[in-house]
Design a protein around this ligand. Sequence first.
Ligand code: GRF
Length: 217
Amino acid sequence: MSTKTIAVLISGNGSNLQALIDQAGEQAYRVSGVVCNRPSAFGLQRAARAGIPSTIIEHGAFPDRAAFDAALLAAIERFQADFIVLAGFMRILGPAFIRARPGAILNIHPSLLPGYPGMHTHRRVLAAGDSEHGISVHFVNEELDGGPIIARSRIIVGEEDSEESLAGRVRRLEHHLYPKVVGWLAAGRLQLRGNAVFLDHVKLPATGMEHPAPAGA
Ligand code: GRF
């Protein structure tokens, strides 16, 4: 199996980066570099510990989004990354960036998209009294958390759940699913054609495939 390279873009803790690093051996990818827009992000230490090169590109240092995007793309080029994996990267990417790498940019989001794009998803799920919550992995397009959905995993929201407990439960789903989906992309099993997602040449429904939660999630 040939191994593809991924650049992981982070802004913070980097627990998904850690899961991607830890599970790379079971999948057809390796992390060739980490790009981060915040110098204090803990994820940078995770990269260093794993011997993975990283670069900091602070958005505030650029006059506009286009210049920031160009710097990001240049960094990704330097890491010779086949694919771009957003893992808690808190900046919206501009159209030039997205058009430069069609079908090669993934994001993970802590809600069952298309529900609850944007921030504070756990709080919003609790406020709405929803009985289910979950995560989505999707291709990135120009809409915030709006790109074609590849896979989702879900949990039942319990009476006793709080924002913190949901955050923990959702993170377990993320660490279980994201490395697998990145592995599918790296193995050539996943394609984006127009707005349609194909896994093993089979077109997925608009809400992606349902992936079971890990035991105890
Ligand atoms: C995750 O919940 C992810 O879904 C969202 O940002 C969070 C990143 O967490 N996009 P971490 O930095 O990977 O721990």
